[in-house]
Ligand binder design. Structure first.
Ligand SMILES: Cc1cc2nc3c(=O)[nH]c(=O)nc-3n(C[C@H](O)[C@H](O)[C@H](O)COP(=O)(O)OP(=O)(O)OC[C@H]3O[C@@H](n4cnc5c(N)ncnc54)[C@H](O)[C@@H]3O)c2cc1C
Length: 299
């Protein structure tokens, strides 16, 4: 690991040892990463991946860590955060973005350039890499509707390879990247139709207002905890079990939206895990519905 740290630093890559993960995830939980790395360009990201792979150490890649729960015992390996890899450009009706570009930036750029179809991304606090991985979506749209092509680093070949259209195998909250987590997305190309800028802006503002009205945006969380079960809404099932406000340690079922767990202060990953277990058991017992987690526990 020492050699790897030296090699990363020699290349000028921001590398921190024994790095607390708390400030680098939206739930504000987790222990320390043995090493955390913050590449600022696509080239630096590829260097981090190649060097970590060559060194034979455990590594994992995150964007804004807005859909994950880091373990209280931290991560015994290298955590690579892409959120500083933010190069993005517009080319006709396409937006070409590095892995770490915020999803909200894609919707803003699209709107400014008269491209429609990315409004739903406004307000999702993730990055391009995490968004494609999860097939992020909201208000009836998801990233599969605009994602034409992605490039990824393949550890088997050490090369950059490409996925186009249907090769992404997008389904509800999953993609080829979730099925092959060893592939690390380094960039994506989104294609949209031209349309009315004012209408696009109106939609974005409407979506944001709806989020503010219904979601607990004032407290740390990772968004909706569970996938939408066929024929139901997870939040409604949880609310109907009387679990709004139910608390384990510092983790609480949001009073505002029962589909969210919020950190009301000092929550641990274990608190969140226990709360998830209790919610699932209660919903299964009351409604016979097996809730599946959308958030990922990183152990
Ligand atoms: C307040 C709030 C509201 C939210 N609203 C929504 C919503 O409306 N719709 C929705 O879908 N989600 C929502 N989310 C969840 C989350 O923001 C999205 O799932 C987002 O797409 C995750 O992106 P990320 O960059 O934070 O991914 P991370 O949490 O960093 O990572 C998620 C997964 O993707 C993998 N990954 C990340 N980057 C890469 C990469 N470059 N290559 C390969 N794998 C990668 C990680 O290893 C991990 O397994 C919300 C979250 C919050 C906190």
């Amino acid at each position: 690991m020492e050699k790897l740290v030296c090699a990363l630093r020699e290349r000028g890559i921001d590398t921190r040892e024994s790095c607390s993960l708390v400030q680098f995830n939206t739930f504000r939980v987790g222990g320390r990463a043995r090493v955390a790395v913050f590449p600022h360009t696509r080239e630096e990201l590829i260097d981090c991946l190649a060097l970590s792979s060559e060194a034979g150490v455990r590594y994992a890649v995150f964007g804004n860590a807005s859909n994950v729960v880091f373990s209280d015992s931290g991560f015994d390996g290298v955590v690579i955060f892409t959120f500083a890899c933010r190069a993005v450009s517009v080319d006709g009706n396409a937006i070409i973005a590095d892995a770490g570009v915020p999803l909200g930036k894609i919707s803003i750029l699209a709107q400014e350039n008269g491209l429609v179809g990315a409004e739903f991304l406004y307000g999702i606090p993730g990055t391009v890499g995490g968004g494609v991985f999860m097939n992020a979506g909201a208000f009836g749209s998801s990233i599969e509707g605009i994602c034409a092509e992605t490039e990824y680093w393949n550890p088997q070949t050490g090369k950059i390879e490409r996925l186009c259209g249907a090769e992404h195998e997008f389904e509800y909250r999953t993609s080829a990247y979730a099925k092959h987590p060893e592939r690390i997305l380094v960039g994506a190309r989104f294609v949209m139709d031209g349309g009315d800028r004012a209408e696009s802006r109106r939609k974005m503002d409407d979506f944001m207002a709806r989020r503010r009205n219904t979601q607990p945006l004032d407290l740390p969380s990772a968004g909706s905890v569970f996938k939408r079960p066929e024929g139901y809404f997870a939040g409604k099932l949880i609310e109907d079990c009387g679990l709004k406000g139910y608390t384990v340690g510092g983790a609480q079922v949001s009073q505002k939206h029962a589909g969210f767990i919020v950190n009301i202060g000092g929550a641990t990953a274990m608190d969140i895990k226990r709360l998830v277990r209790d919610i699932r058991a209660e919903v299964l017992q009351s409604f016979g519905v097996n809730l599946e987690c959308e958030i990922r526990f990183i152990d």
